[in-house]
Design a protein around this ligand. Structure first.
Ligand SMILES: [Zn+2]
Length: 58
């Protein structure tokens, strides 16, 4: 699963653009990233998932 796959607007299928830039240390699980859809101007707040939830070493 790609960690930086484009977010798709659930309303119109457009590609969401992030409103905020990642901090120097990168996003941390639990951080909220705001996205806006350029097609329908809808705003989405996406919570950064914890990678430990879906990436298992073994
Ligand atoms: Zn949209």
């Amino acid at each position: 699963m790609e960690a930086e796959s484009p977010m798709t607007c659930v309303d119109c299928g457009g590609t969401l653009r992030p409103l905020s830039y990642p901090p120097e240390d990168g996003w941390e699980p639990g951080d909220v990233i705001a996205y806006r859809c350029p097609e329908c101007n809808e705003r989405f707040d996406i919570v950064v998932p914890d990678p430990a939830d879906d990436e298992y070493e073994g």
